[in-house]
Design a protein around this ligand. Structure first.
Ligand code: NAD
Length: 260
């Protein structure tokens, strides 16, 4: 049912974004990839998706910490692939430190990439969605968009902001065939979390696997990681007609984290 739809997935050279891009490519969407990485590895991902699923797959190296670059990503997608039907705002970074020691530049970067880029991309993509009378905006927030943890001031503030922005976008498009939802994952074992596992292992003198178990045990009652593939399937579901009345929601996939 999504054949020929054009999807932009920000931060899709790694982790959750790549899982979402694959799930949408499997549904025969054309995809614009974005994110950082080694050019040869990114080209292998791009050409691999095209060869495996048959749709068009582009790549844009826009640095989403800058508003004009976010606009370039949407503009290049419209120029290369014709339009933006599905916008998945996924790119994100993390930094953990107590507020009084939290570096100003980390605060600015996290707010710019994790929150402001969602606003700029939505602003740039919405006019085309409204014109064509169809659109899906899916913002990858976090369990930290709903509850807090210490030492994550910028991340928690930005992700709560994403959940708020999702609600406003949904209300402004409520009478149109355009929906906007947030997905709030718990722990997913991607490079972003691997860094936190390594820091915990070093701090407590644990093996990497013991540190991973401790990280999960502290927050996620299921004691299992969410996978990028599972998140990809939820994104697909939100794009299908069955989901046309789901808008303004913050959908948790967190092994029970926020049920506590
Ligand atoms: P990741 O580090 O594996 O991937 C992040 C992606 O964002 C990469 O493709 C990276 O190149 C890209 N990126 C980073 N800075 C960028 C910039 N300035 N411009 C463009 N692209 C940029 O991380 P992930 O775990 O896959 O995280 C993806 C999203 O999911 C983030 O928004 C994160 O906050 C959220 N999330 C992750 C978890 C988790 O446990 N991993 C849990 C909840 C939410």
């Amino acid at each position: 049912m999504l054949q020929g739809k054009v999807a932009v997935v920000t931060g899709s050279t790694s982790g959750i974004g790549l899982g979402i891009a694959k799930a949408l490519a499997y549904q025969s969407c054309d995809i614009m990839l974005n994110g950082f990485g080694k050019p040869l590895e990114i080209e292998a991902i791009r050409s691999g998706l095209e060869a495996e699923f048959g749709g068009q797959v582009g790549y844009c190296d826009a640095d989403l910490s800058k508003p004009e670059e976010v606009r370039r990503l949407i503009g290049e997608t419209e120029a290369q692939l014709g339009r933006v039907d599905i916008l998945v705002n996924n790119a994100g970074i993390q930094h953990t430190e107590a507020i009084e020691d939290f570096p100003d530049d980390r605060w600015e970067a996290i707010v710019a990439i994790n929150l402001s880029a969602v606003f700029y991309a939505t602003k740039a993509a919405l006019p085309g969605m409204k014109r064509r009378d169809w659109g899906r905006i899916i913002n990858i927030a976090s369990a930290h968009g709903l509850v807090a943890s210490p030492f994550k001031a910028a991340y928690v503030a930005a992700k709560h902001g994403v959940v708020g922005l999702t609600k406003v976008t949904a209300l402004e498009t409520a009478e149109l065939p355009v929906t906007c939802n947030a997905i709030c994952p718990g722990w997913v074992r991607t490079p972003l979390v691997e860094k936190q596992i390594e820091a915990l292992a070093a701090d407590k003198g644990l093996s990497i696997e013991d540190a991973a178990r401790e990280l999960l045990g502290a927050k996620q009652p299921s004691k299992g990681f969410v996978s990028p593939e599972q998140l990809g399937q939820l994104v697909v579901h939100l794009c299908l007609p069955a989901s046309e009345q789901i808008t303004g929601s913050a959908l948790s996939m967190d092994g029970g984290w926020t049920a506590q």
